[in-house]
Ligand binder design. Structure first.
Ligand SMILES: Cc1cc2nc3c(=O)[nH]c(=O)nc-3n(C[C@H](O)[C@H](O)[C@H](O)COP(=O)(O)O)c2cc1C
Ligand code: SF4
Length: 483
C-alpha cells in the first residue's frame, strides 16, 4: 500500500479543499456551530480534556493557554487571537501544507479560539514570501465573511519578514505592531495587542487592571485540530496518540531520504516508521545515522529512532519533538558542514539584543568553519577547535531573552556529544554529502527546495558578500522598541 494512503488525515487533507462550499459539504463548520452553542468555559474545558498540545514546537497544553487568556480578559477591550503561520524552522513545511490544502480548517479553528477567549480580532501572521498561502487564507476569510460565519470577528492577514525570529511569539507580536522581529522579555502574564493601535504591546501583571487584554498566539496546526475536537469530542481526539500526547502530528521529512514530504501520523509512531512512511527510507546503499528536529532540539542518533513521536518520549531520550520537521543525516553526510551551517543559521538569525547569543554564536560558526574549510591549513588541531566550541556553548545562553540561544547550545552541543568523531575526522565536504540548513520554500515531486538567499545572509540581516559587523539590534534600535 502507498504509505500516504494509510496515513490519517485529521488536519492534512490528501487533496486541497478548494472552496468553502466544498469544505461545508464534507462537514466543515460543524465545530464552529457547536462551539457557538457553548459558553467559553465549557468550550475551553473540551479543548483541555482533549489534551491538545501546541504544535508550534513547545507542546504547551492549548486548553491551559486558552484558560489563562480568558481568565485575564479586560473589561475594557476584547482580546486578539494571533495565528502563527510564520513557519521558518529549517526542515519544516507542515503549516504551509495545511494552509495550502485546508485553509478553511485553520480559519474555523481560529474563530472557535476567538469565541473561547472573547476576541473580536483574528490576525493570521505569515511571511510575505508565502504567496499561495496568503492568497488561500485571504480567499477563505472572504468566503467565510460572505457566508456570515465570522460573527463580527475581524479577520486579517499580516505579511511579515523572512527572519527566523518572526516565528517567535513575542517577535511576531512586535512585527504586527510595525516593529522589527526582536523578541521581548516575556513576563508570565503578558498583555498583547492593543486593538486601538493594532498592536502596541503593553506589559501586564497578574491582577493588574491593564487596558490591554492578553493576546492568544497559537500555531496553524494547533488551530487546525480544534474544529474536529469540538465537533466530535475529546474522546474521539484521544482515540489515537498517547495519554500525554493525544491525536496526530503533521511531520516533514527531508535530508538524506528517498523522498521529501509532509504527512500526518498518529502521535506515538516510531520515528523510524515515519522516516519510512513519508521519506520512503534511506537512500540506496546508505545508512541513516541521525535525525534533527529542525534546529531546535538535540539530534537523535539512529540507535534511538524507535522512539515514539510524542513530546514526552522525545524529551526522555534527550531530544524533542519540536515542530516535527526531521532532517535526516546518513553515513555520507558531511556532518561538520551541517553543524557549521546550523551554528551559522542561528547566529545570523540572532537579533543581537543579547551579546553572547550573537557573538558566541558567530564564533561557534567560525570555529566549525575552520574545521570544514581549512582541514590542513595547519595550525589548529580539530580537537582544539572543538574545545573552543564547547567553551562558547556554555556562555552563548548567558542572559538570553529568548530560546534561540538555547537552541544553539542544545543542537551544536548534541553534535559534540554524539558525532564527535565525525567532527574530529571531518570529511571536509570533499566527498561528504550536503544537507541544506535553511527554510524550505517548496516540496515538489518529493524534492524540497530551500531558501537559497540564506547562504549570503549576513549577521546584520542584509544580503551580500560583506559583513558590516553590525547587529540588527544596533541597526534598528528605536526608542519605541519596548523591552
Ligand atoms: C526562534 C523561534 C522561532 C519560532 N518559530 C515558530 C514558527 O515559525 N511557527 C510557530 O508556530 N511557532 C514558532 N515558535 C514558537 C512560538 O514562539 C510559540 O511557542 C507558538 O507560536 C505557540 O503556539 P502553540 O502553543 O500553538 O504551539 C518559535 C519559537 C522560537 C524560539
Ligand atoms: S537570545 Fe538571541 S535571538 Fe533571542 S533576543 Fe537574545 S540575541 Fe535575540
Amino acid at each position: 500500500m502507498n504509505p500516504t494512503e494509510s496515513q490519517p488525515h485529521r488536519v492534512l487533507e490528501h487533496e486541497p479543499i478548494t472552496s468553502l462550499s466544498q469544505y461545508i459539504r464534507v462537514g466543515g463548520g460543524a465545530g464552529l456551530d457547536a462551539a457557538r452553542a457553548l459558553g467559553p468555559a465549557e468550550l475551553i474545558g473540551i479543548i483541555g480534556r482533549a489534551g491538545l498540545r501546541g504544535r508550534g514546537g513547545a507542546g504547551f497544553p492549548t486548553g491551559e493557554k486558552w484558560r489563562a487568556v480568558a481568565r485575564r480578559a479586560s473589561p475594557w477591550m476584547p482580546a486578539t487571537v494571533v495565528v502563527n503561520g510564520a513557519e521558518g524552522e529549517p526542515g519544516t513545511f507542515k503549516d504551509r501544507m495545511i494552509m495550502r490544502r485546508n485553509p478553511q480548517r485553520v480559519v474555523e479553528g481560529a474563530l472557535i479560539a476567538a469565541h473561547a477567549v472573547g476576541a473580536d480580532t483574528v490576525v493570521f501572521a505569515l511571511k510575505s514570501s508565502f504567496g499561495s498561502e496568503i492568497a488561500r487564507m485571504r480567499t477563505t476569510i472572504h468566503e467565510m465573511r460572505s457566508a456570515g460565519m465570522t460573527d463580527g470577528v475581524d479577520l486579517s492577514v499580516v505579511e511579515g519578514p523572512s527572519e527566523y525570529l518572526f516565528g517567535e511569539e513575542t517577535a511576531l507580536l512586535e512585527v504586527i505592531a510595525g516593529r522589527q522581529p526582536f523578541p521581548r522579555v516575556a513576563p508570565p502574564f503578558r498583555a498583547g495587542l492593543e486593538s486601538s493601535s493594532a498592536a502596541t504591546a503593553v506589559m501586564a501583571a497578574e491582577g493588574d487592571a491593564t487596558v490591554a487584554p492578553p493576546t492568544l498566539v497559537n500555531n496553524v496546526e494547533t488551530l487546525a485540530n480544534v474544529p474536529a475536537i469540538v465537533a466530535r469530542g475529546p474522546g474521539w481526539f484521544r482515540e489515537v496518540g498517547t495519554d500525554k500526547s493525544p491525536g496526530t502530528v503533521v511531520c516533514t521529512i527531508t535530508g538524506r531520504v528517498r523522498r521529501h514530504g509532509v504527512g500526518e501520523v498518529e502521535m506515538g509512531t516510531p520515528l523510524r516508521d515515519v522516516i519510512e512512511a513519508i521519506g520512503h527510507g534511506p537512500l540506496s546503499g546508505r545508512e541513516v545515522i541521525a535525525a534533527l528536529s529542525g534546529v531546535s532540539n538535540p539530534l537523535l542518533p539512529a540507535a534511538r529512532h524507535d522512539t515514539p513521536l510524542t513530546y514526552e518520549d522525545m524529551k526522555q531520550v534527550g531530544s524533542g519533538l519540536g515542530a516535527a520537521g526531521f532532517i535526516v543525516l546518513d553515513d555520507a553526510t558531511d556532518v561538520v558542514a551541517v553543524a557549521r551551517d546550523i551554528a551559522r543559521f542561528l547566529a545570523v538569525e540572532s537579533c543581537g539584543q543579547c551579546t553572547p547569543c550573537k557573538s558566541d554564536g558567530l564564533a561557534i560558526a567560525r570555529h566549525l568553519d575552520d574545521t570544514v574549510g581549512h582541514p590542513t591549513s595547519g595550525s589548529r588541531d580539530p580537537e582544539e577547535i572543538l574545545v573552543d566550541v564547547k567553551n562558547r556553548l556554555t556562555s552563548v545562553t548567558d542572559g538570553a531573552r529568548c530560546h534561540l540561544a538555547h537552541q544553539q547550545a542544545a543542537v551544536v552541543g548534541s553534535f559534540l556529544r554524539h558525532l564527535r568523531d565525525d567532527l574530529r575526522g571531518s570529511t571536509q565536504g570533499v566527498d561528504g554529502a550536503a544537507v541544506a540548513v535553511a527554510p524550505i520554500v517548496d516540496i515538489v515531486d518529493g524534492v524540497a527546495s530551500v531558501d537559497m538567499s540564506q547562504s549570503d545572509k549576513q549577521p546584520d540581516w542584509s544580503h551580500g558578500s560583506v559583513d558590516s559587523g553590525a547587529w540588527p539590534a544596533q541597526l534598528y534600535e528605536s526608542s519605541e522598541t519596548p523591552v
